[in-house]
Design a protein around this ligand. Structure first.
Ligand SMILES: Cc1ncc(COP(=O)(O)O)c(C=O)c1O
Length: 393
């Protein structure tokens, strides 16, 4: 009989189980909404990135259905062969206007946008100066580029400057940060890092996945929020979170975008979005521009919920965004807290190593514009009850 060459994977999984880190996938029974059914249990959903509730917005749904009727379900090719549809070009023009840059290019996901851009813009003789908590897609892109990677402590622009000062000026140097950090909800040191980039002639890049649709005028992101237009060479945004659909994009100069058309591997070697996705994203930009009340409500809910968690005595870290972590330290305790909340009717995912540091396990919460006050108060009451019973507060 053939022995199982993948046996070590089962051993790894047993390991995760013994450390309390094993997670079963929760199954969403219906639509992705503020109140939803997961695993056949009706819960207040604090785990999605659906900041503005656009996953089920009627305008997006209609445009997607219409595009499917008129354009079909798939693009049938990669962008560089036969898969560039006029609706893809229309979306990229709209995004460029929205971001106030010369051009944009859309990728299949935010992950592909980051990894494909960093790995193609930089090469083995170059240097990347990266915040220690940057997203995995940046880290993977940096590794694929084969550039030398220098990591600075989280949000420490002084340390970044000290690193950059020592780097040879005749090499290409990229400074890169998340706009909003996905596990902590704090903002990157963007203004200070832009100063360093300007002073030393570095390329400046921001990953605005969690800032798209959330920060800046009409959700234009952190560059707009901080008034840094023209100082960030490469902006990545996502269409998968607040925009409610799927995809990522890079915004920047015409030269950057044309270069990515020729060199970014996810653009060259993976099929483009179905027309329904592009259509939904176009409708989402309309919504961002015409329904600012959604973003206002997101921020009202954020302040209400964050201050409620703090008043209960939870450690919410340094969050400045709708992402509010409840940091408990031990991974098994975070998973227990998450499970107990779920039993009470609140879905807030437990997160442990390797997504966050070993001693910084947490339950992560994200409120949306579409949560009602009653739902948020219910969630706070559950957090209080479960937090006390587990000795977290
Ligand atoms: C900071 C950050 N960047 C990029 C991504 C990837 O975006 P997408 O989900 O569109 O692939 C994520 C999503 O998890 C993220 O949190």
């Amino acid at each position: 009989m053939r022995s199982d060459p993948l046996r070590y994977l089962s051993d790894e999984i047993d390991n995760l189980k013994s450390q309390g880190l094993y997670r079963r996938l929760r199954i969403l029974d219906g639509e992705q909404k503020a109140h939803a059914s997961f695993d056949h249990r009706s819960v207040v959903n604090l785990s999605s990135n659906n900041y503005l509730g656009l996953t089920t917005h009627p305008k997006l749904r209609e445009r997607a259905l219409d595009a499917t009727r008129t354009l079909g379900v798939g693009s049938g090719s990669v962008r560089t062969i036969a898969g560039t549809m006029s609706i893809h070009m229309e979306l990229e023009r709209r995004l460029a206007d929205f971001k106030r840059t010369e051009a944009t290019v859309v990728f299949q996901s935010g992950f592909a946008a980051n990894a494909g851009t960093v790995s193609s813009v930089l090469g083995k003789d170059d240097l990347i100066v990266s915040d220690e908590l940057n997203h995995a897609s940046i880290i993977d892109g940096a590794r694929l580029s084969r550039a030398t990677i220098k990591v600075f402590p989280h949000r420490d622009a002084t340390a970044a400057r000290a690193i950059v000062r020592e780097l040879p000026r005749d090499r290409r140097r990229l400074i890169i940060t998340d706009g909003v950090f996905s596990m902590d909800g704090d903002l990157g040191a963007l203004p200070e890092l832009c100063d360093v980039a300007d002073e030393f002639g570095c390329i400046m890049m921001v990953d605005d996945a969690h800032a798209s649709g959330v920060f800046g005028k009409n959700g234009r992101g952190t560059v707009d929020h901080f008034g840094l237009h023209g100082r960030v060479d490469i902006q990545v945004g996502t269409l998968s979170k607040a925009i409610g659909a799927l995809g990522g994009y890079v915004a920047g100069s015409n030269a950057l975008i044309e270069f990515l058309h020729h060199r970014a591997r996810p653009f060259l070697f993976s099929t483009s979005h179905p027309p329904a996705v592009a259509a939904a994203c176009l409708a989402a930009i309309d919504v961002l521009e015409t329904e600012p009340a959604l973003i206002e409500r997101l921020w009202e809910n954020t302040h209400f919920f964050k201050s409620g968690l703090q008043a209960l005595g939870f450690n919410t870290g340094a969050s400045e965004s709708p992402i509010t972590p409840v940091i408990v330290g031990d991974a098994a305790l975070a998973m227990k807290l998450s499970d107990a909340l779920f039993q009470e009717g609140v879905f807030a995912q437990g997160i442990g190593f390797p997504t966050v540091a070993r001693d910084k396990a947490r339950v992560r919460t994200i409120v949306t514009a579409t949560h009602t006050r009653d739902e948020l108060q219910f969630a706070l009451d559950c957090f209080g009850k479960v937090g006390r019973s587990l000795g977290v507060i």
